[in-house]
Design a binder for this molecule. Structure first.
Ligand code: UD1
Length: 349
């Protein structure tokens, strides 16, 4: 059986993709993840859901020699999905070199290994952050929307990452690549047995909501109530993590079957629906039956006012269809939070 190598396999999106790859049954899945921002327990969760145990190499993807050893141990690798990256916008402003080194060196290593070990299919986790602070008239964004200067070092690593791949692909005829530009991935596996597990205080909205609702955090602050949106709070395009994971399997097939129309293509992955922070909170309260303790506070530096996607290119070319809406996202995120709380209670007793 051919092998797919994923980096960040114990992370939020990587673990969901691993489950789906195993369930599809066509590939073996091997991961590189040093658990810098994830838990090795993800391997148990993947196994509980898919019935398959993923081999994970706990090495740093920035360590070229260690990465080469993985490729040498698995000569049957036919595709690489590179999820591993740091993603906290605020932290990237405080520690830019940490972000540039980690996110870019790992990418360069994976590309170099694809070329050296003749792995023809490469998928990169990019982000809607490449569009920067977009004018309302330009919404929804398509892949043709001009990418602008990144608002944070994190954003710059995604923009540069896309550029690095482009330059690399021009220089080689051995590798084809796809960059998937995620909008805001949220939610959890429908079983409630796998989801996002932030280490420490979360930065992202949905884990913040579910942890506040559980009493693990005192209160949620809505960052900004004076934006030019329908209710004054910022607007995003939330997309279910399972839908995001689906797109990776479709993108792999697309490359492997030679249906790609260029050696390097980029696709938006969003639902196409803009949802404000206050609407997201209302959807959560409806799905969970829990009243959330929140207040409207100041804007968060570096946040954009509103962004949502036109994902018709991914639909047309990859055959990608989203299956879940904001209510499913919130219901599954809550189910997962309750599961996490249960595990924590067991550990404490
Ligand atoms: C950011 C990045 C995105 C990246 C993602 C991963 C930008 C423009 N976006 O998304 O590319 O993939 O992080 O981490 O760089 N909010 C609150 N209170 C909170 C937390 C969040 O009101 O406690 C609001 C934010 O202001 C924002 C929305 O919720 O309007 C979503 O925030 P978040 O989940 O952090 O994601 P983004 O900042 O949109």
């Amino acid at each position: 059986m051919a092998t797919i190598l994923i980096t960040g396999g114990t992370g939020y999106i990587g673990s969901h993709a691993a489950i789906q790859l195993f369930e599809q049954g066509r590939f073996n899945v091997v991961s590189i993840d040093n658990q810098l921002r994830s838990s090795i327990k993800a391997l148990d969760r993947i196994e509980a859901i898919s019935g398959r145990r993923m081999t994970n190499y706990s090495i740093d993807a920035c360590d070229l020699h260690a990465v080469e050893e993985v490729f040498e141990a698995h000569p049957d690798i036919v595709g690489v999905i590179h999820f591993a990256a740091l993603k906290a916008v605020g932290e990237s402003v405080e520690h830019p070199l940490f972000y540039y080194r980690n996110n870019l060196e790992s990418l360069v290593n994976m590309l170099a290994c694809c070329e050296k070990y003749h792995v023809a299919n490469f998928i990169f986790s990019s982000s809607c952050t490449v569009y920067g602070d977009i004018a309302v008239e330009e919404l929804p964004v398509t892949e043709k929307t001009i990418t602008t200067e990144a608002a944070s070092p994190y954003g710059a690593t995604k923009l540069m990452g896309e550029r690095i791949i482009q330059d690399f692909i021009v220089s080689t005829d051995k590798v084809k690549a796809i960059a998937l530009r995620y909008f805001n991935p949220v939610g959890a596996h429908e079983s409630g047995l796998n989801g996002e597990e932030p280490i420490g205080r979360p930065n992202n909205l949905v884990p913040y909501i579910t942890m506040t609702a559980s009493g693990l955090l005192e209160q949620l602050t809505v960052f900004g109530g004076d934006y030019n949106t329908r209710d004054g709070s910022a607007l995003r395009d939330y997309i279910h993590v399972t839908d995001i994971a689906d797109a990776h399997l479709l993108a792999l097939d697309y490359l492997m079957e030679g249906r790609n129309t260029a050696p390097y293509e980029r696709f938006n992955l969003g639902s196409g629906n803009g949802v404000t922070v206050l609407e997201a909170i209302a959807a959560f309260e409806k799905a969970s039956g829990v009243k959330l303790n929140y207040r409207v506070g100041d804007r968060r530096p570096g946040d954009v006012e509103q962004i949502y996607s036109d994902s018709s290119l991914a639909k047309e070319k990859l055959g990608w269809e989203t299956k879940y809406d904001i209510n499913d996202m919130m219901a599954s995120a809550w189910k997962w939070q309750l599961e996490l709380n249960k595990t924590k209670e067991k550990q404490q007793s």
